[in-house]
Design a protein. Structure first.
Length: 184
């Protein structure tokens, strides 16, 4: 069965911003879509979020596409680092993602060591990174990093902020399109 799992942002929850619309649209295309609530959403911790994601996923396979928003992106990258050799997933969509400390002590725990992009890429070769040119939290420079390190296809949206409810972002067709593209 085709599966998609959305890893929400810092302070997020399953019914936040564009997650319900993307879930509904992907379900109409035959995907089983999960948007799990992550523990301590106001204080994301790699040591709790990554195992939680692993538990939600169960056995990874090529029918699985992971979708991250903000801190959900390094959560996915750190999860991929933990997979055993040979484990494969279908692909990853990174929305407002980052791969290094962006100046918030609450989430610095994710970046005590650099992300091992080589290890991450062993588990899929399909990455799409979506950014806004006016995101107040995540610099668009990470688009170039993900393009270089992950060979990600990059989409830059104009004035979409952080793709959050505060930006009135309640739909995000680029995510649905990306999942369908990866799935083909």
């Amino acid at each position: 069965m085709k599966r998609a799992i959305i890893v929400h942002c810092w302070g997020g929850k399953p019914e936040y911003c564009w997650y319900p619309a993307v879930k509904k649209e992907l379900a109409s295309h035959g995907f089983e879509v999960l948007v799990p609530a992550f523990p301590d959403t106001d204080m994301p911790s790699m040591v709790t979020w990554v195992p939680h994601l692993a538990e939600v996923i169960g056995k990874p396979d090529k029918d699985l596409i992971l979708i991250g928003h903000s801190i959900g992106c390094p959560t996915i990258l750190r999860y991929l680092e933990t997979l055993s050799e040979g484990a494969q997933i279908g692909g990853v969509i990174l929305v407002a993602g980052f791969s290094e400390d962006i100046g918030y002590s609450e989430i610095a725990n994710y970046f005590a060591t650099p992300i091992d992009f080589k290890k991450v890429k062993q588990h899929t070769d399909r990455f799409i990174a979506i950014y806004s040119d006016n995101d107040p939290y995540v610099d668009v420079r990470f688009a170039d990093i993900f393009k270089k390190e992950l060979h990600a296809e990059v989409i830059i949206k104009h004035k979409a902020g952080h793709f959050s409810a505060e930006d009135n972002c309640v739909t995000l067709p680029d995510v649905v399109d990306g999942v369908l593209k990866i799935n083909n």
